[in-house]
Design a protein around this ligand. Structure first.
Ligand SMILES: C[S@@+](CC[C@H](N)C(=O)[O-])C[C@H]1O[C@@H](n2cnc3c(N)ncnc32)[C@H](O)[C@@H]1O
Length: 227
């Protein structure tokens, strides 16, 4: 389950939106985009207490997720879009690659963080399996699909008709049109309840929180193979 055949169309968008990326996200989430990244990272530190040394930022983009880990660390940024990685000034190493086929050994990282990227996977289950294979813990914030049917319909309406127009306030037309693809994402991803079941096959969920009526979720999980 994931974007499957729609993946390539959505992927083109990341190349085009790179320059206005964070401004547009602020509008799309009504100002919450970074607050939710910070919350996820700080919840991890409250739970675990152990400082991660080797960190993998999956779908790192400009690095806005790893940025919030204040401790001493070595960060590898993995992303399939080179244009996004070019903007990344946070990582110590950058790797162009895909979630579903990570070029890393098992348990190579203490912590994997993924900010607003899991929803874009070709195959979400394969991505979660890989997250759990390569890292002891995972902290993920992503676009969700609300379990409640009415809320889901409202979100689909928002992503189809309101969001692209909002983004036009800060971006040229050809870029804000790319935000229409969030509608395709929401239509293709599993509901939040199904996602939890997928995660549980590979990891123990320590925290799962919904934001914006379920349009965004954040979770912290310990991989089943973690030492
Ligand atoms: C919306 S950006 C998120 C960037 C950053 N993590 C943040 O918190 O804002 C999503 C990123 O995930 C990357 N991505 C999408 N699907 C991917 C996949 N299957 N494997 C690796 N990276 C992927 C995209 O190229 C894009 O840079």
């Amino acid at each position: 389950m994931g974007l499957g055949g729609n993946w390539r169309t959505v992927q083109e968008a990341y190349r085009k939106i790179a320059v206005v990326y964070e401004k547009a996200n602020m509008l799309a989430t009504l100002g919450n985009v970074d607050r939710w990244r910070k919350e996820a990272i700080s919840l991890y530190f409250k739970l675990d207490g152990k400082t991660p040394i080797k960190v993998l930022d999956a779908g790192a983009g400009p690095g806005n997720m790893a940025l919030h880990i204040k401790a001493e660390k070595y960060v590898v940024a993995l992303d399939v879009t080179p244009e996004m990685l070019l903007l990344n000034t946070v990582a110590d190493d950058k790797v162009v690659g895909m979630f579903e086929y990570m070029p890393f050994r098992a348990k190579g990282f203490d912590l994997l963080v993924a900010g607003y990227s899991l929803h874009a996977a070709v195959d979400i289950e394969k991505a979660v399996a890989e997250f759990s294979r390569v890292a002891g813990y995972q902290v993920v914030v992503s676009i969700g699909n609300p379990d409640n049917v009415v809320v889901r319909k409202l979100l689909l309406f928002y992503t189809k008709y309101v969001l692209p127009r909002l983004v036009c306030i800060v971006a040229p037309k050809e870029i804000c049109n790319e935000y229409k693809k969030i509608y395709t994402i929401v239509k293709s991803i599993p509901t939040n309840a199904i996602l939890r079941e997928i995660i549980k096959k590979y990891a123990t969920i320590l925290v799962f929180k919904e934001k914006g009526l379920g349009s965004v979720y954040l979770y912290i999980a310990r991989s089943l193979n973690a030492s």
